[in-house]
Design a protein around this ligand. Sequence first.
Ligand SMILES: *Cc1c(COP(=O)(O)O)cnc(C)c1O
Length: 231
Amino acid sequence: MLKDNLNYVMKKVCESCHKKSLNVDDITVIAVSKTKPIEMIEELYNNGCRDFGENKVQELLDKYEVLPKDIHWHMIGHLQTNKVKYIVDKVALIHSVDSLRLAETIEREAAKKDCIVNILIEVNMAKEESKFGVYPENLEKLLREIHTLSHIRVKGLMTVAPNVKNPEENREIFTKMKNLSVDIAEKNIDNITMSILSMGMSNDYAIAIEEGANVIRVGTSIFGARNYNIE
Ligand SMILES: *Cc1c(COP(=O)(O)O)cnc(C)c1O
């Protein structure tokens, strides 16, 4: 069943790529496994998935502990500074950095563990009050503060687009994100590349890819609906 879901998502990814003459190998699909059990992750692993996304530190650690070490773990949720130390040397990418304070904490903990941490800056493109992320007009300033931190590599941007009925409504947000990423790339700030654009979830990943996403974060469409009550 998970295999069928995964195949369906990959088929849609291929269609979006075809539409825009993109190479499907350039797209990374992160299977967002939050709230889902180890067995389901193993099933996807056995079908070739290596990128998984979690939004809680403890849950990520529990899964990291028991699952194969060649999995790339993505921290996609809001990260509290006091929990940074547990994950800096375990995650492939932190998608949700949106303040200098958080970046400085990552720098400090990474220095202690002598590792380099890849991060994305989360942008609140739609300026939703309920969401985390830096506003687009404050992005460059934040990047110019972060770029001197030697244990951090900024790899690009991430956004969580609004929860809309019709995914077409998010197309403009995705286009704006792509433009922002191109603008920043052109400034050639040391230590900062804009090679990753992480946007698009179950509802809108096809459109996100069409507008320039190369990392998509897909939970429900692969794992089925989440039930938060049984936790
Ligand atoms: C839960 C989550 C997703 C996946 O959402 P679905 O709609 O289930 O695909 C993607 N990104 C973030 C940041 C999330 O928290």
